[in-house]
Design a protein around this ligand. Structure first.
Ligand code: SF4
Length: 358
């Protein structure tokens, strides 16, 4: 109930939003997933999974330790960066000057005027800067745009630019509807510039942020819209949690798998083992298996059907007995419960999906 109430509160807030231009020709099919076609610029757009852009532009100082929250850990004795599975792709630092070697996998984005001085990384430009004849990056230019900016002049310039990426904002309370309207306009104008969607939140609890960002950004990603996301959430929660939320949204929308996925039944009177402690036990030994989906189901009656498209299944078949599945096929029947987690690991190893935990 508290989650449902918070969700309702999120949608109550969008009542009486500013008007959004009507759609005359809708290119989006709500019944079929299809990813919007976009140009590839660096590792953004094209067939790349969506990227994550973190925004530290308001920080007074950025040090190697600051990047820990983004999945990068600097080892002083080895003079090397350790990069986690949930390492952010791009970092917008505004006018900050970074006086250390940043990880090679992290693209740094500066405000245009700062970028102009040192030409490191990539520039973030306003629409006016982009439309003027100033020097630009030969690799990638990121342009901060909202719906009202999308006029013919800008559309034509973007169409002929293979290095442009849109950083898309909405000031409308009904963010999803306005951003979807932008995508409709881009598609109807055959404009394939990749888009990073910027979700902006302020003074929310961690849970409210989870609900707001997931419903806004997730809804668009599920429609195949967006080549990246950014969550700017000052005074909401830790940077580490914001980063984890961004990866979680991509994982939940199945647009970028960066961690193990678990599909578990809600449990009911038929459940044949302690679902909570068993799930915790399985997670404990498998949560480093990026991209592997494990179904944990309480009974044989409905479990196999409810496992959806899990790669491996752990299903209760009788008191103290577990049956293991590889996709929809039974591979080990009636394994004693105390041996079942070990047998699941063996099964994952047999199919080449196992790696040792670091
Ligand atoms: S899989 Fe079985 S135990 Fe789990 S919720 Fe469904 S019926 Fe109940």
């Amino acid at each position: 109930m508290p989650v449902a109430n918070n969700l309702l509160a999120h949608f109550n807030n969008i009542e009486h939003h500013d008007p959004i231009q009507k759609i005359k020709k809708n290119p989006l099919n709500p019944f079929e997933y299809s990813k919007r076609i976009s140009n590839k610029v660096q590792n953004i757009g094209g067939k790349n999974p969506p990227v994550i852009l973190a925004n530290f532009s308001e920080k007074e100082k950025i040090t190697p330790a600051t990047l820990f929250a983004l999945g990068y850990k600097y080892s002083v004795p080895l003079d090397k960066w350790h990069i986690s599975e949930m390492a952010t792709d791009y970092l917008f630092v505004g006018d900050n000057n970074l006086n250390f070697e940043t990880p090679g996998t992290l693209g740094i984005i500066y405000n245009y005027n700062s970028w102009k001085k040192h030409k490191k990384g990539f520039p973030m430009l306003s629409v006016n800067e982009y439309l003027s004849e100033i020097e630009k990056s030969s690799k990638m230019n990121i342009i901060n745009i909202c719906f009202s900016n999308l006029n013919t002049q800008l559309i034509n310039k973007l169409k002929s630019d293979k290095n442009a990426v849109i950083f898309l904002d909405s000031l409308n309370k009904n963010t999803v509807a306005e951003l979807r309207r932008v995508f409709v306009k881009l598609i109807n104008n055959d404009l394939n510039t990749p888009v990073i969607i910027n979700g902006k939140y302020k003074n929310l609890s961690h849970e409210q942020l989870q609900l707001s960002a997931s419903t806004n950004l997730g809804a668009l990603l599920l429609d195949g819209l967006g080549d990246g996301i950014s969550i700017h959430a000052p005074n909401c929660t830790s940077n580490q949690k914001v980063n984890s939320l961004a990866f979680g949204i991509l994982q939940a929308t199945r647009t970028r798998i960066s961690k193990t996925e678990y599909i578990s039944c809600p449990s009911c009177g038929r459940t044949l083992f302690d679902l909570q402690s068993t799930t915790a036990k399985i997670r404990n030994v498998t949560d480093h298996l990026k991209g592997v989906k494990i179904g944990i189901m309480g009974c044989i009656v409905n479990g196999p059907g409810e496992m959806a498209d899990a790669d491996y299944g752990y299903v209760g078949t009788g008191p103290g007995k577990i049956t293991l599945y590889k996709e929809k096929a039974v591979v080990k029947r009636n394994v004693p419960e105390e041996d079942a987690v070990g047998a699941l690991i063996d099964l994952i190893k047999e199919h080449g999906d196992w790696t040792e935990k670091k």
